[in-house]
Design a binder for this molecule. Structure first.
Ligand code: PEP
Length: 247
């Protein structure tokens, strides 16, 4: 399978940020892995235009479960595809926490995304309290069962394991903790969607940076990364893409 380096810009970036996109394409013109940036929706079209003909793909950070209608302020999956997106991040812990997104809502959005031809990047992960209580695998298993459409394929589903306590904190799990969760994810996904699970990309996310990328990418069942802060600057994201290309 081709590995995936995905950047999540969250609520950061303006037209001026297109310079970082150009710098990233220049630094990584032909990576051996897939390379994706998920900017705010305001920039999808401009980045898709800037990235045309390059190896860089563009994604979104969320979508509505309906294709159109009276939902002021929301964006549908077909709209995101129309703007040039190929992927959409769903169920990020910030959406689950800030907007109360439930597993059922994430699953409905993932179904809508896949129906619109987008790859759904479904995020799962435990809080620090859940890890301390020994609930990590139970929490993640329930999120997989609840958030992932059973009809998903390796072509339209990516899973991102993002421990909530590792996002934006500079803290990461130990390598054995990451490996344990990814092995569990592969098995649980096989129970949930069947044989396609073997080829679904399983990303690790949470304080990935150039200095720790290579050791994380060397782990079994780690097929890439979802990167927040370190995806904002080409100088940080390009070496992460390089490390994944070399893994
Ligand atoms: C994220 O938000 O998906 C993320 C992993 O953030 P960071 O890399 O900044 O921890």
């Amino acid at each position: 399978m081709r590995k995936l380096a995905a950047g999540n810009w969250k609520m950061n970036g303006t037209v001026a940020s297109l310079a970082e996109v150009q710098a990233l394409i220049a630094a990584q013109p032909a990576p051996a892995c897939e390379m994706l940036l998920c900017p705010p929706a305001t920039l999808i079209s401009a980045i898709a235009t800037a990235a045309h003909g390059s190896a860089l793909m563009v994604g979104a950070q969320g979508c509505h479960a309906k294709p159109s209608g009276a939902h002021t302020g929301d964006l549908s999956a077909p709209m995101l595809a129309d703007a040039g997106a190929s992927h959409v991040i769903l169920g990020h812990s910030e959406r689950r926490a800030d907007h109360g997104e439930t597993d059922a809502q994430v699953r409905a959005k993932a179904e809508a995304a896949q129906a619109a031809g987008l790859v759904a990047i479904v995020c799962v992960g435990e809080t620090e309290a859940q890890r301390d209580a020994g609930e990590t695998l139970a929490v993640i298993g329930a999120q997989i069962d609840g958030s992932v459409p059973t009809t998903s394929t390796a072509a339209n589903l990516v899973i991102a394991y993002e421990p909530v306590w590792a996002i934006g904190t500079g803290r990461t799990p130990t390598l054995s903790q990451i490996a344990e969760v990814h092995a569990f994810l592969r098995a649980r996904l096989a129970d949930h969607i069947g044989a396609q699970a073997a080829q679904v990309r399983l990303l690790y996310g949470g304080s990935v940076k150039p200095s720790n990328a290579a050791e994380i990418f060397a782990l079994p069942d780690v097929d890439g990364a979802l990167v927040g802060g370190a995806s904002l600057k080409a100088a940080d994201f390009a070496p992460i893409v390089a490390a994944l290309s070399a893994a």
